[in-house]
Design a protein around this ligand. Structure first.
Ligand code: ADP
Length: 204
């Protein structure tokens, strides 16, 4: 059993790069660093300032260079002077990254689970997917939003992440052909793998 995951069992014998098909869309669960992904877009677990921070956010700004921050500053000035609210998403170029685009979203801070955190986290994933789709993006990578500094339990967050992606790609025509979850630690990887296998059954 994974801590806090209820009936979900880990799948220790499976190598990274677990893949599933949801209709025409491929879902991949990999262990790695979001900044090195070769998908067209990567998602940043940003904070509302959009000016960088720790974790994923810091890594993306360090690897992507100042262009991303300049574009974020412009977005702040023009559209979100008080900061990007949790659950919303905006897009910039990828600067020096392999990815052409970075989609910045602000996850909810975990406050025990009774403050609407789930709905906000769902909004993050859905708004990122919609934004990518609107730009005609074919492949994107997500980190595990909110499960670092923002303290969201990874089992709960992973379930929302995986279910929201499945719901999105199952309910409409999409340009997206590949969606990847990139987990930084082995336990997080195992958790997302177990959740995906439970939600989707047979893998490729
Ligand atoms: P949040 O503030 O939304 O919680 P964090 O960046 O603190 O975001 O953490 C989100 C998750 O991303 C955590 O599980 C953390 O371990 C992981 N993480 C940190 N750096 C990277 C990276 N370079 N690539 C992928 N995942 C990362």
């Amino acid at each position: 059993m994974l801590a806090g995951c209820g009936e979900i069992k880990p799948v220790y014998w499976i190598q990274p790069d677990m893949r599933f098909k949801i209709g025409r869309v491929e879902l991949e669960i990999v262990r790695g660093d979001i900044t090195t992904q070769g998908t067209e877009a990567i998602v940043n677990a940003a904070n509302s300032s959009l000016m960088g921070g720790g974790g994923v956010d810091g890594a993306i700004h360090r690897a992507g260079g100042p262009k991303i921050k300049d574009e974020c500053a412009k977005i702040r000035n023009e559209s979100w002077p008080d900061g990007l609210p949790a659950g919303k998403a905006v897009i910039t170029s990828g600067g020096n990254l392999k990815a052409d685009f970075v989609i910045h979203t602000v996850g909810p801070v975990w406050r025990g689970g009774n403050s609407g955190e789930g709905r906000v986290l769902e909004n993050c994933y859905r708004n990122c997917l919609e934004l990518a789709d609107g730009e005609g993006i074919g492949s994107m990578s997500f980190p595990s939003i909110s499960t670092g500094a923002y303290g969201y339990p990874v089992c709960e967050a992973g379930r929302i992440a995986v279910r929201t992606v499945i719901e999105y790609v199952s309910s409409k025509e999409t340009h997206l052909e590949k969606i990847r979850f990139v987990l930084y630690s082995e336990p997080d990887l195992k958790t997302y793998e177990a959740i995906s296998e439970k939600e989707l059954g047979r893998r490729l």
